[in-house]
Write a protein that binds this ligand. Structure first.
Ligand code: ADP
Length: 265
């Protein structure tokens, strides 16, 4: 079975006849409880690497002081933990920026194929580490949408990075760009960006929650892979700002497709 969930201001019909409205969830996010949960989550996410760092500093000052091998190993771990904190702070700043921008519709004309090719180029070495090939399928000519170039680049980066991270070892990630003459969900012409991986797929009950801040299907795995748990929350806000839609299709054991529809006029 393929499960589909759509994120966007309009309630969508799911394959099994369930209707979800994500507008309700955005309204919920404004309530105090969710804000408090967010602060608690951020504190926890920062506290964990910080505790590790402080612990290793103590060890380096004491027991490991004269052990060159242990010192190197601990410094490696400290570097990784500090990197984790830096990524988290960067993502928090991005999230707060895109939330702030959401009211202002971006108007710059962005060539999406150029953005995608650039992102694929940057991520190719990362994909190569897992022997994953990233293919671009799309028109040769520029595909323009009104938007914010830096934010659309971030959407592409987050989705393709996830496809590589959760795509397992070997195989392929397909990035596809399609122009649609009339997209009913957007009541007009649109551009569809889809990112498909050959990973394990996502169990259906997780899908509606993927864009929540810090929501992870497998926390341990996400952390091991250097994830902050904020990537898809950032994607959601950027897509909303562009009056677009995000749709996730996933088949267990086969892989996932993250699809974004953007109005092209
Ligand atoms: P993270 O930093 O943990 O990757 P994201 O917000 O980008 O955070 O994604 C949230 C969660 O959604 C991930 O932890 C992972 O469990 C799941 N996920 C995202 N993309 C994929 C994918 N392509 N395949 C399987 N699971 C995914």
């Amino acid at each position: 079975t393929t499960w589909t969930v759509t994120v966007g201001p309009v309630p969508m019909q799911l394959g099994l006849g369930v209707v979800l409205s994500f507008e309700d969830m955005t309204a919920m996010e404004e309530t105090g409880q969710i804000r408090r949960d967010f602060v608690a989550n951020v504190s926890h996410e920062l506290r964990t690497p910080l505790t590790a760092l402080l612990g290793f500093v103590e060890t380096l000052k004491g027991a490991a002081r004269d052990d060159a091998k242990a010192r190197d190993r601990f410094l490696g771990i400290m570097e990784r933990e500090a990197g984790r904190m830096a990524r988290l702070v960067d993502d928090l700043l991005s999230l707060s920026r895109v939330e702030q921008d959401e009211r202002v519709r971006p108007r710059e004309l962005v060539d999406l194929s150029a953005v995608l090719l650039q992102v694929i180029n940057v991520l190719a070495p990362v994909a190569a580490q897992s022997e994953i090939e990233v293919d671009f399928v799309g028109p040769e000519s520029p595909v323009q949408v009104p938007g914010d170039a830096a934010q659309l680049q971030q959407v592409a980066t987050n989705l393709i990075e996830n496809a590589i991270k959760y795509g397992g070892h070997g195989g392929r990630v397909e990035v596809r760009l399609t122009e649609i003459g009339h997209e009913p969900a957007l009541r007009g012409p649109a551009v569809q960006l889809s990112v498909t991986d050959e990973g394990d797929g996502i169990e259906p009950h997780h899908i509606p929650r993927l864009t929540e801040r810090f929501y992870r299907v497998d926390s341990h795995r996400s952390r091991e892979l250097g994830g902050t748990g904020l990537g898809l929350a950032i994607v959601k806000h950027i897509v909303n700002r562009h009056r677009g839609r995000l749709r996730v299709d996933s088949t267990l054991g086969e892989g996932s497709t993250f699809r974004i529809l953007l109005p092209s006029n």
